[in-house]
Write a protein that binds this ligand. Structure first.
Ligand SMILES: [Zn+2]
Ligand SMILES: [Zn+2]
Length: 151
């Protein structure tokens, strides 16, 4: 199994000091020296890393990059105490919440999607029925009879 481990650094100034910006399902890394966006990594829906070290509250990290086969893992470590940022739950607006609520939010989110799909289906049924009614109307007005396709 091939495994490469290296330290992330800024492509612009070369600094290994990075800052974290958490958002829903992803983590953005910025250079602590020149401020450019270095990388965006994905995590599970409604989760992210906190922007501060869980141990000491420092907000500058060194990031270990591990490449295993075709997967790349970014693991941030505090430059002061080697601690890690906490895994947090975060919604679309960037508000933090706890893990119990995360489950509920995921359920609610899929319910909303399901509901939206249902409305769409109902709507197309409605449109279809409307067309059938119009056709019946036209047939009645013109005294057409339904075709018997057997003949
Ligand atoms: Zn930089
Ligand atoms: Zn720390």
């Amino acid at each position: 199994m091939r495994k490469i481990v290296r330290t992330a650094n800024c492509p612009s100034c070369g600094s290994v000091k990075l800052k974290i910006k958490p958002s829903n399902g992803k983590v953005d890394y910025f250079c602590a020296e020149c401020g450019i966006h270095v990388e965006r990594t994905k995590c599970e829906t409604f989760t992210s890393f906190d922007s501060k070290c869980e141990e000491c509250g420092n907000d500058i990290f060194k990031v270990k990059i591990e490449e295993k086969e075709d997967k790349v893992f970014w693991t941030p470590f505090c430059i002061e105490c080697h601690g890690q940022p906490a895994l947090i739950c975060i919604d679309y607006e960037g508000n933090e919440f706890d893990f119990k609520e995360r489950e509920q939010l995921i359920i609610k989110n899929s319910m909303d999607l399901f509901e939206a799909r249902l409305v769409k289906t109902e709507h197309s049924f409605y449109t279809f029925n409307e067309k059938v009614d119009k056709l019946k109307d036209i047939m009645n007005k013109n005294k057409y009879k339904a075709l018997n396709i057997d003949k």
